[in-house]
Design a protein around this ligand. Structure first.
Ligand SMILES: [Fe+2]
Length: 363
């Protein structure tokens, strides 16, 4: 679903190409309301290619120029970037430095064509943005229904997606990798839909059979999504988010670099959120305790590189949505008083102090 260049990059490239083709000192685009959100700038911002000494902005913010949107003088062309009566901006080229400086009809047509092409691109970019939002919204709704199977994991997938994206950005991954990791984090536990609800919601200790059912969820999720071509890039994070760097995880027992990067990142985010949240079998742990435990697991449970990036994050955005989630589950009881069991789908830990902590395996 990618459209290649960002709207801003495409516009700047268009300005540069028009300027070079016409031999102008500058080209400029005044951004109208329909494009401002795509460019993430204020309405009326003027993007410039070349050296205009402030001339372009003065011309393009002048009401008379905007209203006329026509040829103004021999060495200046102003053309609306418009599609189906919707204005995205005003494209201008001025101060031609070659020949006698005058713009021919052919050169004026080039500016108008460039303005039209820019409008088509921006219209498509907006469509893509809207489709993308709808896609993410639909996925969020889907995973929310799955998280809701257990009130104590409400909002878990959203928080894991957010944290995973932040780690990926901190690690310097590409924009497409960051987006794939975010989506993968969002659906990482979709396989829980195949785990009996009474197992996910069980307050007491899981039996070995129940634990094996829980451990199936990465493979179930992978099987659910693998036939959707658009999900090809996010499958690894779903299938392998419970692998451990030392090879002691599941489902395949992959180790080190054999674990896809997305899965290594999601595993860190998943663990942090699980430890920081209330569960049926225990209350949320404090931030300092959680970070101290996780720091100790670099090179064993976690890839130290991505753990370092995680530990460098500002967690205020996470805290904001976590606060909402905890408030929404606060009427479900005091987790600290509930019997303990270890739901490894939410807490892929092998911490001495945490995992197997309630002698559940011995039960
Ligand atoms: Fe999981």
């Amino acid at each position: 679903m990618a459209v290649g260049a960002s709207p801003r990059d495409f516009a700047l490239r268009t300005l540069a190409e028009v300027r070079q083709t016409l031999g102008c000192r500058w080209t400029a685009l005044r951004v109208d309301a329909s494009a401002a959100a795509l460019f993430e700038v204020e309405v009326g911002t003027v993007l410039v290619s070349g050296n205009d000494n402030g001339v372009a902005e003065k011309l393009l913010t002048d009401a008379g120029v905007v209203d006329r949107a026509a040829v103004l003088g021999a060495d200046l062309v102003v053309a609306p970037s418009r599609r189906e009566n919707e204005a995205f901006g005003l494209l201008a080229a001025g101060e031609r430095t070659c020949g006698d400086g005058a713009m021919s009809s052919c050169e004026r047509s080039l500016v108008e064509t460039a303005a039209g092409n820019l409008a088509v691109f921006l219209d498509n970019a907006r469509l893509y943005r809207d489709l993308d939002r709808m896609f993410i919204g639909a996925l969020s709704a889907l995973v929310s229904t799955i998280d809701a199977k257990d009130p104590y994991t409400r909002g878990h997938s959203q928080r894991v997606a957010l944290l995973s994206r932040s780690i990926a950005i901190a690690a310097g991954l590409s924009a497409s990798e960051v987006k794939n990791i975010y989506i993968s984090g969002l659906v990482h536990d979709v396989g829980k839909i195949g785990v009996p609800e009474q197992v996910l919601r069980k307050v007491g200790k899981l039996t070995e059979t129940e634990y094996e059912q829980v451990k199936q969820h990465p493979e179930i999720g992978w099987r659910i999504l693998r036939d959707i071509p658009q999900f090809a890039e996010i499958l690894d994070g779903v299938r392998f988010h419970h692998e451990r760097f030392d090879g002691a995880g599941y489902p395949l027992g992959l180790a080190g670099a054999d674990i896809p990067i997305a899965a290594r990142i999601i595993g860190i985010a998943d663990t942090f959120d699980a430890m920081s949240s209330n569960r049926t079998y225990r209350a949320a742990r404090g931030r300092r305790e959680v970070l101290a435990e996780m720091s100790r697991l670099g090179g064993t449970q976690f890839d130290s590189l991505y753990l370092t990036h995680f530990l460098s994050l500002d967690l205020s955005a996470y805290d904001a949505i976590n606060l909402w989630s905890n408030e929404s589950t606060s009427d479900t009881g005091d987790a600290s008083n509930l019997d303990a069991h270890d739901q490894d789908c939410d807490e892929p830990l092998s911490l001495d102090s945490l995992s197997r902590r309630d002698s559940r395996r011995a039960a």
